[in-house]
Design a protein around this ligand. Structure first.
Ligand SMILES: [Zn+2]
Length: 292
């Protein structure tokens, strides 16, 4: 099918330019990989994908509401109906992640996906560092890397350590970390704090300081956070945990790059203020959880 093979070629060439291998966990994505290896039919022109003025050929996306932790997490003081509504959202979020990224035992149903997230994981590089995450989000990370490289030279930052997929969920409160699905990454946990978590994370000297901006409790620059947020990653610094090291891809993985022949989607800048830093003295008691 011409349209499809053109789209595969465009995706493959965009990914090549981004320095990543396009791959994904679904049967479709694997079929596309096989297609991408075939030479183009003779005489078939390969057009460059249209780009916008910043030259980044990726769709800007927002996280899907029902995947954002703050929208489904429950608290005992909530009305019963609200708790019920949120539990339904949480179940929807588990189903989406299972179908798109793999079945993780104990969450959702095995019939929703024949593979585990670990089977769908692959190695990639991000900002010069090795990272193992779900292959479905490799292109999204390449988009972020391009944007950081293009936009963040005024606030240079060199990441030293990344953490991606994990093979076990360390939570016992019914939540499942996006690290087990391979869609979360932590950037430099030792210098980007989680002051709403439990000790030893709250023992970080920066959590003991009164600050006026959450960015005073981390070394990663605001510009990095903005670029992640452009391409569908949710920054857990916005959550009550204030887990500033942590990003999770919560947008639609099928929309990371534009359809063949169409320009990438551009959205208005996110109109959401940065979170107020957790007060220094109450940081340890704020939310008894580990960084996610
Ligand atoms: Zn994390």
């Amino acid at each position: 099918m011409k349209t499809r093979s053109l789209s595969v070629l465009l995706l493959a060439s965009a990914a090549f330019a981004l320095g990543v291998v396009v791959s994904g966990p679904s049967r479709d994505a694997r079929a596309q990989e096989a297609d991408a290896g075939a030479p183009p039919a003779s005489g078939e022109a390969i057009a460059s994908p249209p780009t916008t003025s910043d030259g980044i050929a990726c769709n800007e996306q927002r996280p899907l509401d029902y995947l954002v932790r703050g929208n489904w997490v429950t608290k005992a003081r909530m009305p019963r109906e609200e708790i019920q509504r949120r539990r339904e959202l949480a179940a929807q979020a588990v189903r989406f992640r299972t179908e798109h990224y793999g079945y993780f035992e104990g969450f959702g149903r095995p019939e929703w996906n024949a593979h585990t997230p670990m089977e769908n994981a692959g190695n990639t590089r991000f900002m010069g560092l090795h990272l193992r995450v779900n292959r479905a989000i490799h292109p999204a990370l390449a988009c972020v890397e391009q944007a950081i490289t293009a936009q963040c030279s005024a606030t240079p930052y060199r990441a030293q350590r990344l953490s991606g997929i994990r093979d076990r969920n360390t939570y016992h409160n019914g939540e499942v970390s996006n690290h087990v699905y391979g869609i979360a990454i932590d950037v430099d946990p030792s210098v980007n704090t989680c002051c709403g978590c439990v000790p030893p994370w709250t023992d970080h000297p920066l959590c003991a300081q009164e600050v006026s901006s959450i960015f005073e409790r981390m070394q990663m620059p605001e510009c990095w956070v903005r670029q992640f947020e452009r391409f569908g990653f949710y920054w857990l610094g916005r959550d009550s945990l204030q887990d500033t090291m942590h990003f999770e891809f919560l947008a639609d993985p099928s929309q990371i790059t534009p359809a063949a022949g169409t320009a990438p989607t551009r959205l208005a800048p996110l109109d959401q203020p940065w979170p107020t830093p957790v007060p220094a003295r109450r940081a340890a008691a704020a939310a008894p959880r580990r960084p996610r």
